[in-house]
Write a protein that binds this ligand. Structure first.
Ligand code: NAD
Ligand code: UDP
Ligand code: UDP
Length: 311
């Protein structure tokens, strides 16, 4: 049994991760400041004696004794991370320094939830880990993209300078139950709009693409990465390479909810990446990981969840 810290443990991904780690028999400490997280996500875990919940902001130091750290704390949807962009950068940068300091002192292995956003609006397609990205350093997405890039820098410097055992996962768009119904991400927006019979809002002409990974697959990948040998540091892409346009996604959401909603075209936000698809050869090779859930099946599960929470 390991003692594992999950920062952002009350969020979408964090709550699923805590559940999986508890099911594997570990002791789990979830740290969250509830900026975007929600106690409902972890309601089923609170009575477990191996689970502990701490309200804490990781931009401040934290002293605990743990064996592993999953650093997931950070708002992830554009609406939320742009609401207080300075705090977003502080969470990525000061948060990483504190968690790496904790890791250095306790010799805990530490995994960073990085993102495909480090590739920005990519000029290489699909994106491989050795692509350095095309990121605007001063735009409205920069607090998130550059914060995450700086966090990766810190991880690799703590590894080179202090031999901290690091794992960096570059997570591509992930969806599933526990997504915040109002976080503005495309999957939650389309499903909620379709269930309510409202128009689905496509930004731009809907030809931009994303590749969507179901949450269970992603969590499986994160745990496999954490459990890999110490020489596997990443960065390593985790995502589902099946690529869809936003128009295709909208039509699928309408079909699977049986909705009568129509589609409304809105203007495209600044710096919105035109295409995104992970190259996951590295994850296949070193982690023996491939995502298994098809978009259609994952969307059905997500629709069931949203039907329960928004009614
Ligand atoms: P989320 O917003 O649901 O979860 C983030 C959690 O972190 C929330 O519970 C929030 O309250 C907490 N948090 C934010 N700032 C904090 C702080 N300073 N101190 C303590 N807690 C704080 O988002 P998510 O989708 O679960 O994302 C989790 C991680 O995965 C994030 O780091 C995100 O950047 C990364 N990621 C997610 C996706 C995705 O598609 N979901 C894609 C790429 C990367
Ligand atoms: N830190 C922490 N918990 C720990 C150890 C360190 O939060 O258990 C914080 C500490 O406040 C420091 C940061 O992590 O600001 C970086 O730690 P490091 O040891 O690298 O730096 P130093 O303390 O030498 O500045
Ligand atoms: N998007 C959309 N309608 C919405 C929300 C988002 O067309 O209601 C688009 C958005 O412009 C982007 C894509 O869907 O091109 C994915 O957006 P999301 O915020 O989910 O993720 P990210 O842009 O961070 O990959």
């Amino acid at each position: 049994m390991k003692k594992i810290l999950v920062t952002g443990g009350a969020g979408f991904l964090g709550s699923h991760l805590c559940k999986k780690l508890l099911n594997e028999g570990h002791e789990v400490i979830a740290v969250d400041n509830f900026y975007t997280g929600n106690k409902d996500n972890i309601l089923g875990l609170l009575e477990n004696p191996r689970f502990e919940l701490m309200r804490h902001d990781i931009t401040f130091p934290l002293y605990l004794e743990v064996n592993e750290i999953y650093n997931l704390a950070c708002p992830a949807s554009p609406i939320h991370y742009q609401h207080d962009p300075v705090q977003t950068t502080k969470t990525s940068v000061h948060g990483a320094i504190n968690m790496l300091g904790l890791s250095k002192r306790t010799n805990a292995k530490i995994l960073q939830a990085s993102t495909s956003e480090v590739y920005g609006d990519p000029t290489a397609h699909p994106q491989k880990e050795d692509y350095w990205g095309n990121v605007n350093p001063i735009g409205i997405r920069s607090c998130y993209d550059e914060g995450k890039r700086c966090a990766e820098t810190l991880f690799f410097d703590y590894w080179r300078q202090h031999q901290v055992r690091i794992k960096v996962a570059r997570i591509f768009n992930t969806y599933g139950p526990h997504m915040h119904p109002k976080d503005g991400r495309v999957v939650s927006n389309f499903i909620v709009q379709a269930i309510k019979g409202e128009s689905l809002t496509i930004y731009g002409d809907g030809t931009q693409t994303r590749s969507f990974c179901y949450v269970d697959d992603l969590i499986d990948g994160l745990v496999k990465l954490m459990n890999s040998n110490d020489d596997i540091t990443g960065p390593i892409n985790l995502g589902n390479p099946n690529e869809f346009s936003m128009l295709e996604l909208a039509n699928l959401a309408i079909e699977l909810t049986g909705s009568k909603s129509d589609i409304l075209f809105r203007s495209l936000p600044e710096d919105d990446p035109k295409q995104r698809q992970p190259d996951i050869d590295l994850a296949k090779k070193v982690l023996n990981w491939v995502p298994k859930v098809e978009l259609r099946d994952g969307l059905k599960q997500t629709i069931e969840y949203f039907k329960k929470v928004i009614n």
